[in-house]
Design a protein around this ligand. Sequence first.
Ligand code: MGD
Ligand code: MGD
Ligand code: MO
Length: 765
Amino acid sequence: MTTEQRFPHLSHWGAFDAVRGTDGSLRIEAAPDDPEPASILANVPASLDERTRVLHPHVRRGWWEDGPGPDERRGDDEWLQVSWDDVLDRLATEIERVRTEHGNEAIFGGSYGWASAGRFHHAQSQVHRFLNAIGGYTRSVHTYSHGAAEVLLPRVVGGLEPLATPTAWPVLVDHTELFVCVGGLPAKNMQVGSGGVDRHLVGGHLAEAHARGAELVLVSPLRDDLADALDAQWVAPWPGSDTALLLALCHTVLAEGLGDPTFVRTHCVGGDELAAYLAGEADGVVKDAAWASGLCGVDADEIVALARRMGTRRTMLTLSWSIQRAERGEQALWAGIALAALLGQIGLPGGGFGHGYGATANIGNAEVPGGIPRFGQGQNPIDSFIPVARISDLLLHPGDPYDFDGQRLTFPDTRLVYWAGGNPFHHHQDLARLRRAFTRPDTVVVHEPFWTATARHADVVLPVTSTLERDDLGGSKVSGTLVAMRQASEPLGESRDDYAILTALAERLGAAETFTEGRTADEWLRHLYESWRARLPEDERPAEDYEAFTEAGRVPLRGADPGHVMYAEFRADPERHPLATPSGRIELASSTIAAFGYDDCPGHPSWLVPHVLSTPPGEGDHPLLLVANNPRSRLHSQLDHGATSQGSKVAGREPVRMHPDDAAARGLADGDVVRVESAVGSVLAGLVVSDVLRAGVVQLSTGAWFDPSRPDLATCVHGNPNALTADRPTSRLAQACTGQHARVEVRRFDGDVPAVGAHVAPTAG
Ligand SMILES: Nc1nc2c(c(=O)[nH]1)N[C@H]1C(S)=C(S)[C@@H](COP(=O)(O)OP(=O)(O)OC[C@H]3O[C@@H](n4cnc5c(=O)[nH]c(N)nc54)[C@H](O)[C@@H]3O)O[C@H]1N2
Ligand SMILES: Nc1nc2c(c(=O)[nH]1)N[C@H]1C(S)=C(S)[C@@H](COP(=O)(O)OP(=O)(O)OC[C@H]3O[C@@H](n4cnc5c(=O)[nH]c(N)nc54)[C@H](O)[C@@H]3O)O[C@H]1N2
Ligand SMILES: [Mo]
């Protein structure tokens, strides 16, 4: 090669060129028009690091030699390297056995996970389409991101607009006078957007609003959940206590006449019920600022002052997803919506609320009406599902009944688990329990580029190309560009695309035509692009045909409305534009939810003590409150061995941050290896002493590859916080993930510090 070669590409954290030097080296360059490229781009070259890659098909010895069945050795057995043909034949036979003996319901095809950005090689779509083609599967519904919101919002505001299409950023930049950011707008999170980010704009929007004179209040236990340059006031409640704080703000708004009673009368139902609860009519507890102060640790005066500020300015209340990813998370979100409703600015430019601004780079970007090309998943003939975060319960308790959103459901009997594009040993809570759950099925199949903890807990591990090793098309309906992603490397080892693997299985199971429709991967890319282009109205349609698109590397997505104001029509005329709730109004109390009779989710926003606050902070065996948030240095567990992620580690482990007072009280210093313990398990981590935390709170992000130590396999030597979190649902309403919080103690680890082996592929016989 005599000249450099450039391959346009897209990741969930930004558009880039993969540049092949004349010496064969690979360099990653952010797209030139990205004003704020993500630091985690530097993780991308690790995609091609062979030491962590699954290079050949592997099977677990016990499964290969003894046949399928529940097995305690799963996750702790030897590996055998086998040929593609042998493994595909055996796997097809096993799928056939399960579907004929137990029915397709016995196949769990959850596959929750972010996988990679391209829309055709989207692993979840691929595996779901395949499982649909062979007769269906038990699926999962909703997300780890905002599972409580996905159930609550339709009941309270009639849909998912607050997290999908809240008021567009340019409107906030022009109109919002006060941003009150519950859970912050962390710069770390705005690096990322599902499906891909073409340009990182939110930091610029915030700077512009600030320069115009907008004021900001950060409500979070961590001060760096909002950029320093924004000069925000910092209000630091205990993790898990926002509901109390928000209810007290509601109380103050009503008591001081700061809101808009007309809006409540004309656009809401349940206002009287909520007011009666705030006044303590039934329980004798007035939910005022003094009451909340004792629960959330924020001064009563500060709460009252905040309510007054909110009542006298055009206020945008931003509610993070993190506050609902916690026990009773439904209440925090509902209390926040109630506060915005009482203030009466919903539907006004720059006022009201949004859910998840700043959680990703794309929330608050206007949506393109024509969408983007999408690989269809087909129809699932099986009507069996679980709320996504009930995976361990599913495997451990077949046949058991449980409640979910007003339904009484039963866990099916799962024989085969098929995962492609996600990492449950990253994302799920109480990993020791998940390990036990994973011993229960007859067969576990994982498609992975990398030897993740999930791959290590499978029977069949099939090597998949990373996104750099294939062509694709990528974008999101809330980003501005469709990218023609170009292959920058030959597939490593024997790895194949998910599509090729599933095609080979579909052939063996007599479903090839349904799965492939007779197209190769290249033919699909062309078909997806051209059929999407043909569907668009003329003024949104790119001029480029498929050849010109791949030649140009990208085409703009058109038609988004940067002036979008959420609920503007509803505000203007609630009779003609009702919400899709039973009342057509915002439900400050819901008779539907009340009728479910759940004590963990009553009929109006209520303060319910979560486990992490049932012992006062500072007391008990686990006095510290752990925030297990999303990581700054990578996306989830992806490319944890990459440069940005590795650069953040302390003593080779995930950094755990602690306030100086808490460190001094324990005789701990920066750089110490510490043992973090909860009632569920323990981890080793590297200590960072920092005053950005509220004292009494420690923080350990998700994503360090789970590395359980022998002999008990109970300690993760690398620092994965899900070895510490409890596997409890938000409530019976949503049954959603509560991974954000745990109660812990932290001590210095003085023993021989074990090496972290998570990034080294296992050896195979
Ligand atoms: N304690 C706690 N836990 C949490 C959270 C929290 O706040 N606290 N947050 C939760 C949230 S919001 C989320 S979204 C989840 C995220 O959980 P996941 O989405 O499961 O995490 P990822 O690390 O993105 O997993 C994606 C996997 O797909 C693989 N992959 C990439 N490309 C391909 C491909 O083309 N084909 C195949 N077959 N595989 C591919 C990657 O190697 C990686 O292992 O974590 C949740 N867990
Ligand atoms: N760099 C990077 N960005 C990401 C991701 C990633 O893995 N890496 N993941 C993406 C995904 S899938 C998602 S769903 C979003 C997640 O978006 P979020 O759920 O909003 O993100 P988190 O970082 O988990 O939490 C945000 C902040 O909430 C604060 N917080 C925690 N508990 C409480 C509480 O009880 N009360 C209050 N007031 N604040 C609290 C924490 O300090 C935390 O930093 O992020 C996305 N962005
Ligand atoms: Mo998420």
